[in-house]
Write a protein that binds this ligand. Structure first.
Ligand SMILES: Cc1cc2nc3c(=O)[nH]c(=O)nc-3n(C[C@H](O)[C@H](O)[C@H](O)COP(=O)(O)OP(=O)(O)OC[C@H]3O[C@@H](n4cnc5c(N)ncnc54)[C@H](O)[C@@H]3O)c2cc1C
Length: 416
């Protein structure tokens, strides 16, 4: 019996080799993003139906606009609406209000070999005390991640650690006054403390990319940190927004800097979240828009950035942070062509918690390193994040969103 099985598997391998040779096919990964059984394997029937109704509500632009306005107003007027928000969009897109509350979510993801990128989701703070509190919280998260291999990264927004105005001034290259110089020193001290804690915890630190008029200051800080903390492995990661026409070149600059200073660079690849704002400002202030002329050009540069980074995999660690199935498949295919194993330490994938499970769960099942970007924080402080998620899932032309289509398909498959 054993011999028959051995001969059978030999024939299968020979058959596979000949089939690939004869057809001239490139090696391809065995992933199917339409496999909704795997995509929703973490959800029971009740959860699935609930999620379907939530996405149906968000699919309606009028309802989304109405509820977004109501949520903002109610929080400002201290109306008791927290529990409604908490039971709906909050639980869909956030892990919990405290680090302890996200533990069950982390465990559930771990069952499916999915990691987490923890994000302290509080936004819009403007005082020195707030910045210090954010630094302390980020260091506390990093201590929490130590020894937990299912939390390989945390994310950090520089606008949570200093004022937007200072970042804008630094980015413009204008001379700083004495107070601004002191504030800049404090910002660098905070960033060094966070990066040192990341290194000690053996956890990667993603520095988020923001508006183009504050990004030069964010890039400068990130280069400083990379040179100091990435000597042995990529601890600190830049974020490249490929909706900008200069960011493919920026990936090359990151590699050059790593080679010159002898370290491994880290880059999180995203398309970019501030397109309308960028275009509007460029028009109002009469300068050329930094944004690509169209979506196709963004997609082209995004995939080109994946190719470039994979070509230099020994010097660059990447996170393919996208909900785009074609780009995710492109990265997996290029890895196969270049004989980069799915579990390579320099390649990971990521999607936001509550979105695109068809990508996350199918990549995890196929052995890729994939994580959910998991924000946590008090309900009232993550409202801006939740409104962005609701708007993202709103139908533009009356069509069902991709999330809704897949949920619908799985409900029909399960006949519930
Ligand atoms: C884990 C993770 C981390 C992230 N971190 C950041 C971050 O640090 N900074 C940040 O800015 N964003 C960040 N994002 C958001 C990201 O930039 C995108 O807004 C979002 O993921 C949608 O892009 P996509 O690749 O998933 O999918 P897609 O749906 O394929 O792409 C949509 C994106 O394409 C671009 N686009 C759309 N239309 C046009 C057009 N006409 N011309 C040019 N470009 C166009 C826009 O960037 C738009 O958001 C992150 C996303 C994830 C999943």
């Amino acid at each position: 019996m054993h011999e028959v099985a051995t001969w059978f598997s030999c024939f299968a391998v020979i058959d596979f080799i000949f089939a690939e040779k004869l057809s001239g096919l490139e090696p391809s990964p065995k992933i199917d993003f339409n496999d909704t059984a795997i995509a929703f394997s973490g959800k029971g029937n009740k959860e699935l139906k609930w999620e379907y109704w939530l996405f149906r509500l968000m699919n309606n632009p009028t309802l989304t606009k109405f509820f977004s306005g109501l949520a903002q107003l109610s929080i400002r007027l201290h109306l008791p609406v927290k529990w409604i928000i908490r039971k709906t969009v909050y639980e869909q897109f956030c892990g919990g209000e405290s680090l302890q509350e996200i533990v069950p979510v982390l465990k559930k993801l771990e069952e499916f070999h999915i990691d987490a990128i923890i994000d302290y989701g509080v936004e819009g703070k403007e005082t020195e005390q707030d910045f210090e509190r954010t630094k302390t919280e980020l260091i506390r998260i990093l201590e929490f991640t130590a020894g937990k291999s299912n939390i390989p990264f945390i994310s950090c927004k520089v606008t949570g650690l200093t004022s937007f105005a200072l970042l804008e001034k630094l980015s413009s290259g204008a001379a700083l006054d004495a107070t601004e110089t002191q504030d800049t020193e404090r910002l660098y001290e905070r960033m060094h403390a966070i990066a040192a804690a990341a290194e000690a915890a053996n956890t990667g630190l993603f520095i988020d990319a923001e508006e183009s008029w504050i990004q030069p200051a964010i890039d400068a800080i990130t280069f400083t940190l990379c040179r100091q903390y990435n000597k042995k492995e990529a601890v600190v990661y830049h974020t490249a927004q490929l909706y900008r026409h200069d960011r493919l070149a920026f990936c090359k600059t990151c590699l050059d800097d790593a080679r010159t200073h002898g370290y491994i660079t880290g880059i999180k690849l995203v398309r970019g979240a501030y397109m309308e704002k960028e275009r509007k400002r460029a028009q109002e202030k009469n300068y050329p828009s930094p944004i690509q002329p169209d979506k196709e050009t963004t997609d082209r540069d995004y995939n080109a950035a994946i190719d470039f980074c994979l070509q230099h995999i020994d010097n660059i660690a990447i996170c393919v942070a996208t909900h785009n199935e074609a780009s995710s498949m492109h990265a997996a295919t290029e890895m196969a062509k270049k004989n980069i194993p799915p579990g390579h330490l320099h390649v990971s994938f990521s999607q936001l918690y509550g979105m695109s499970d068809q990508i996350t769960y199918n990549l995890a099942k196929a052995g890729y390193r994939v994580s959910k970007y998991l924000p946590y924080g008090p309900v009232k402080d993550v409202i801006p994040y939740l409104i962005r998620r609701a708007n993202e899932n709103t139908s533009v032309s009356g069509q069902m969103s991709r999330e809704l289509t897949l949920l619908d398909k799985e409900i029909k498959r399960r006949r519930i």
